[in-house]
Design a protein around this ligand. Structure first.
Ligand code: MG
Length: 233
């Protein structure tokens, strides 16, 4: 059985900057500074990592405080709710995502696959973004989130453990496939020997994802049959 773990931002969907705006405001309201946020890259990072790094770059004395980082992330979730509810908000799924998720259903029904999330979003933020794009959070059987660890590299093992609890099966090495849009998605898969399907719908070009060591690289996930072949190869 394959455990297929999808990243969210840049891979499944794009929130048109709503996540960035919500974190920016949450930092200002909770901590009084958002550091050098205008030049800081979010992709591939977990939400608590983003908060900690921006506070550290701002020289904030509480940049290592778990309680303060959690408080920013909680405020972020309520601000994200408001951002995503704005009439001007557009959250878009990338080409082929709906079709791919539908095409995976028979594999799940036959116990050939379990489909989950592996994302730097905190769990509640992940659910909000998916809903904003018309996807049901419950469609994903398991997940590992930024709220589980600051470090993305911890997340494949968290997801694998949850998949084991759900199915009674063990997942290791090539049983795991991480689908993501950044070199960090590719790198996080390496310690477990997981395979990676990288997609260039985010910031990174195919060459950069190939150089990061991705097993398969696509411009987008629009060719359902080719992506299925990669996921189950
Ligand atoms: Mg991403």
């Amino acid at each position: 059985m394959r455990l297929i773990l999808f990243d969210i931002d840049g891979t499944l969907l794009w929130t048109s900057g709503a996540g960035r705006r919500a974190i920016h405001r949450a930092l200002l309201e909770e901590m009084g500074t958002a550091g050098p946020i205008d030049t800081y890259r979010f992709d591939g990072k977990t939400d608590p990592q983003i908060v900690r790094e921006l506070l550290a770059m701002a020289g904030h004395p509480d940049c290592e405080s778990e309680d303060r980082i959690t408080a920013v992330c909680e405020r972020y979730v309520s601000l994200l709710t408001a951002e995503l509810a704005k009439p001007t908000q557009t959250t878009s799924l990338y080409p082929g995502i709906k079709e791919l998720l539908s095409a995976l259903e028979p594999y799940e029904a036959e116990a050939r696959a379990i489909v989950g999330l592996l994302t730097g979003n905190v769990r509640d933020g992940a659910a909000l973004k998916l809903r904003s794009a018309g996807l049901d959070f419950a469609r994903f059987a398991v997940g590992a989130f930024g709220s589980d660890s600051h470090r993305r590299s911890d997340l494949p093992a968290v997801a694998a453990q949850r998949a084991t609890e759900r199915t009674g099966r063990r997942f290791s090495g090539a049983d795991l496939v991480v689908v993501g849009d950044t070199p960090d998605d590719v790198a996080c898969a390496r310690p477990m020997g997981a395979r990676t399907v990288a997609v260039a719908t985010g910031f990174y070009k195919p060459d950069a994802l190939r150089a990061a060591g991705a097993t398969h690289v696509f411009d987008n996930l629009g060719d359902t049959q080719a992506v299925l072949h990669a996921l189950f190869s």
